[in-house]
Structure formats: C-alpha cells, structure tokens
Write a protein that binds this ligand. Structure first.
Ligand code: GTP
Length: 384
C-alpha cells in the first residue's frame, strides 16, 4: 500500500478544496448547467442509491473489479495504491452516489481522487473505465428491477448518464491540475538550471569575475547605451580601465603557479572592493582585468583607478608565513563619440603599457577629446 496516496482516497472526514482546481461556485453551476443536472436530480440520485447501491455497493464494486482486472494497466493500481484502498474508495463512491452533487464538497472529492490517481501514476483511462463500469452496473441493476416500469426507469437512467458525465468531467479536470503543476515545477527547474549554467558560462572560475566573452558583450551593450544617451538624446560618458599585474611572472616563478592563482584571486577581490556597486569588472586575459564604468567621466574614472591601485598596493597577499606584495598598472580611456569597443580597449591598453614603461604601479590616462589634468601617479598621455 502506498502511504502517500491512501489518505486522499480513504479519509472520509477529509474535505477537499475544489477551488485549488479552479472551481468556484460559478464554475460549479456552469458545469451542472452544461450537463443538464438540476435540483430534481437530487431526488432521482437518492432513488438510485436506495434501489441500486444500498447494501449492494460492495458486490457491485467486486464484479466491476473483475471486469477491470482484464485491463493491463490495472496491475498499476495494485502496485501504486493497493486494491483494498481502490475498492474502498469505489464502494464509498457508490454508497454516496450522486449525493449533494451540486456542492463544492462533491466536486472537491472527485477532483482530489483524480489527483491522487495522477500521483499514483495510474492512467486517466482506468478512472474513466471505472466510471463506465459503474454506469453500466447501475443501469443493468435498475433495468432488471424496473423491467416493466419504463416510466420510472427512463429518468433514473437519464440521471445516471448525467452523473456519470459529471464524474468523467471531474476526473479529467482533476488530472489536469497536477499535470500543470508538474509542468510548472519542471519549468522552474529548467529556469534554475539555465540560469545556473548561464552563470557558470559567464563567470571566470578562478576569480569569480565576468569571463572575456561576457565582458565584451557587456561592454558592447553599454557602449551602445552610452552613444544613445540614457535619455535617448545626448551621449552619456563611459570609461574603461585596463589593469595588469606588475612582474607577475616573477611571482609565479618565485612561489609557483598555485600561489600565482591565489594572487590573481586576491587582486580580483581588491578590485571589486574598490569599485562602485554598479561598475562592472571582468577578467580580460591571464593577469589582465577590465573595468567598465558607465556614466563616468575620465576625471572620476581616474579617481576610481587610483583607489584600486592603492588598494592593491597597500594589501599584500598573506599566505601562511608568506607576505606577497602586489602592484598593478592601469590604463584608463573614455569613450569617444561613435567609438567602438575595439579601439576603446586598445587605447586603454596602450595607456596601461605607458604606465608600465613609466615605472609600473601607476595609472595612466588615454587623452580624451577634451584633455585632462595630471595628479600624483596618474598622467595624461598624448592622444593615442
Ligand atoms: N598563476 C597564473 N599565472 C598566469 C595565469 N595567466 C597568465 N599567467 C602568467 O602571467 C605571467 C605574465 O607575465 P608577463 O606577461 O611577462 O608579465 P609580468 O611578469 O606581469 O610583467 P609586466 O606585465 O611587464 O609587469 C606569465 O608568466 C603567465 O604564465 C593564470 O591564470 N595563473
């Protein structure tokens, strides 16, 4: 017996909320009206119960089960919910046949039974066969009893057909919700996985920063935005900083590649700590990083680049007994009107090489069209 499904099918005191399945009073009335089930059918259903199911429900279910057992997928019932649970639910269904068919409770119970069948992975066809067999058995039973009284028999059969249609309809609806639920869960899972893989694909494993491709796509996007201007009219300033570790080969040669990796990670952390929340940092290559600074003029970009340089210089990496000092050289360039990312990066790169040539551990600016001043370690370069 499958414990998970049994309570849904057997707990007679449980009330099932048909609203979960999208049935409010208006929808209940709509379904009843489509099927032509009215108040007068309550009396007919009562008659069916007293004539055909009272005291006979178990025998009826037994004979139906014998027929149903010929169906190959019937074995699933035994495996997933157990025959006892199945027959008890069916017997209860027959004893209460058509009772309060116009109430949310009636709808809720049938919807929940169908949902339990779905969870037990029993095909909808079995549940619908069960309804057909019930209909057949009741009609046969009454046809024998009222063989000579067609005036009584006809409305009773009409009522059975209608109540059976309602059962078939509710079983189909009950099957739909869990399936939609499963679909929703599968979609959520897929979305999570996609976003996880997207994150993996766009993140540099060592530093946790953006990878080269994502960095370039991001730069492209922001350059387009900057050319258009945030208000869609005038251009908006954008700067790029190219950062390269100084004498990194020596660090690798002295301490080994693994320690070199720790240094890269450490510097990436220092850069992230020094930039503003909305600046975008990526790993450009081996020991090169790029920062995209939107809505930022060269003057401000220089201040930020200086802050990063100082931050790195003042925070050596401590590894056990080792203290490894690190410095960086930085080139900063501001986007020119109509400029593409390739030349912007190239100008920042050239400025960075000028910083190397000038003695390293400094910030150099690629001259923008307006020209900039020079403070401290930063220098303004001739136009590149
Ligand atoms: N540990 C480690 N080393 C790397 C990685 N990527 C590149 N490198 C090393 O970075 C070093 C860069 O050396 P160079 O280009 O000569 O530059 P440098 O020694 O930093 O000297 P300057 O840039 O002129 O100051 C090389 O030894 C590369 O092998 C990496 O992911 N991990």
């Amino acid at each position: 017996m499958n414990e998970r499904h049994a309570p849904y099918l057997m707990d007679t005191k449980a009330t099932f909320d048909c609203a979960t399945f999208g049935f409010d009073n208006a929808r209940i009335q709509e379904a009843l009206s489509v099927l032509g089930l009215h108040a007068e059918h309550a009396k007919l259903a009562e008659r069916i119960r007293s004539e055909a199911t009272e005291g006979e429900a178990e025998a009826l279910v037994h004979s139906c089960c014998v027929a149903l057992a010929r169906e190959r997928s019937f074995a699933l019932i035994e495996r997933s919910m157990g025959i006892e649970c199945f027959t008890q639910t069916w017997t209860r269904h027959l004893r209460d046949y058509g009772q309060d068919f116009d109430t949310p409770k009636y709808f809720g119970e049938r919807l929940a039974i169908a949902a339990a069948f779905v969870r037990a992975k029993i095909p909808l066809g079995i549940l619908q066969l069960q309804h057909s067999l019930t209909q057949q058995a009741l009609i046969n039973n009454l046809s024998v009893k009222f063989a000579d009284d067609t005036a009584t028999l006809r409305p009773l059969i009409d009522c059975i057909l209608k109540l059976n249609s309602l059962d078939v309809y509710l079983s189909a609806e009950g099957y739909r919700l869990p399936q939609i639920d499963e679909l929703r869960k599968a979609l959520t899972r897929l979305r999570k996985e996609t976003s996880h893989w997207h994150q993996e694909a766009s993140t540099d494993q060592l530093t946790g920063l953006m990878r080269y491709n994502t960095l370039m796509e991001t730069l492209d996007h922001h350059i387009n935005m900057a050319h258009r201007g945030h208000d869609g009219r005038s251009g908006s300033p954008l700067c790029v900083a190219m950062i390269d570790l100084d004498f990194f080969k020596k660090i690798n040669d002295t301490h080994g590649h693994v320690v070199g990796d720790f240094v890269l990670k450490h510097v990436a952390g220092r850069i992230q700590a020094a930039v503003r929340d909305f600046d975008m940092v990526g790993r450009f290559g081996g020991e090169e990083f790029v920062i995209i600074m939107t809505s930022t003029h060269l003057e401000l970009a220089k201040v930020i680049a200086e802050r990063i340089r100082k931050g790195v210089m003042e925070t050596p990496l401590h590894l056990k007994e080792l203290s490894i000092p690190v410095t960086i050289s930085v080139g900063v360039a501001m986007l020119r009107p109509g400029e593409r990312k390739e030349t912007l990066i190239e100008r920042a790169d050239k400025a960075m090489y000028k910083a190397k040539e000038a003695g390293r551990n400094r910030v150099m600016l690629a001259k923008d069209t307006g020209g900039t001043g020079d403070t401290g370690d930063s220098e303004t370069l001739p136009e590149l």
